[in-house]
Design a protein around this ligand. Structure first.
Ligand SMILES: Nc1ncnc2c1ncn2[C@@H]1O[C@H](COP(=O)(O)OP(=O)(O)OP(=O)(O)O)[C@@H](O)[C@H]1O
Ligand SMILES: [Mg+2]
Length: 223
């Protein structure tokens, strides 16, 4: 049994009087310890797919099965607080909170974390190249690459088995982008995370263990 299985996924948006089908009986599965890329043209449904597997969108038919249980039966709230964390292209930090405060807020919401260990927050941040001074500055005063490292530290510290990233390198230069990819590889290989990254960039996907592509014509996810 895979960590996360998607079976018979059907998804469509209302589009004026009609509907626009994004997935038609799509299937995919994901396991711990692997770094996945999801490729697809703009508008093919990558963000839609991530929203579904991150428990942020319940307007799907079919099954999203985490550890053998359909996530709606787990409860999407609970699933989000225990199973999955999200990394975005625009980092999504609270601008006027420090890096440490941003992480503390997320740890507070996560059901995986008991108590706030500031030493642990600092040690993860330091490992990702954020020193104590930067960690205590407002998030908005950090560079894009630094903000994305803070967002990654936040995912690590909420201790979710699945990390989902939507174009995480989209706003970064190639050096910072490559560094983010190296961090994701480590999260999969050394921390046994299931890392699922959406990207436009075929080149970035080469570093992944497994590539899925969204087939816009068939409305399926293919390998
Ligand atoms: N709320 C909505 N109502 C109607 N159509 C929508 C809605 N949200 C998204 N869509 C459409 O669904 C399609 C898939 O959108 P999605 O954001 O998943 O694409 P994407 O693959 O992430 O694209 P990009 O690479 O540009 O981010 C697009 O054509 C989009 O216009
Ligand atoms: Mg998108």
């Amino acid at each position: 049994m895979a960590l996360l299985e998607i079976r018979n996924l059907n998804y469509s948006y209302k589009d004026g009087d009609g509907k626009r089908v994004i997935f038609d009986n799509a299937e995919a599965e994901f396991d711990s310890g692997l770094f996945y890329a999801i490729l697809g043209e703009s508008g093919s449904g990558k963000t839609t797919f991530l929203s579904v597997i991150a428990g942020q969108d319940n307007r799907y038919e079919g099954e999203v099965i985490f550890n053998g249980k359909e996530i709606k039966s787990i409860g999407l709230d609970k699933y989000r607080r225990t199973a999955v964390s999200m990394i975005y292209q625009n980092y999504n930090l609270i601008n006027n909170y420090s890096a440490v405060e941003n992480i503390a807020v997320a740890m507070d919401i996560s059901e995986n974390v008991k108590g706030l260990d500031k030493g642990k927050i600092m040690s993860v941040l330091e490992e990702l190249g954020i020193d104590e001074k930067k960690a205590n500055r407002k998030a908005s005063s950090l560079s894009g690459g630094e903000q994305q490292r803070v967002a990654i530290a936040r995912s690590i510290l909420t201790d979710s088995p699945i990390i989902v990233a939507d174009e995480p390198t989209g706003n970064l230069d190639s050096k910072n982008g490559q560094e983010v990819i190296e961090i994701f590889k480590k999260l999969a290989r050394e921390m046994n995370k299931c890392v699922i990254m959406v990207t436009h960039n075929d080149k970035l996907a080469e570093d992944c263990d497994f590539i899925y592509r969204i087939d816009e014509q068939a409305k399926k996810i293919v390998r």
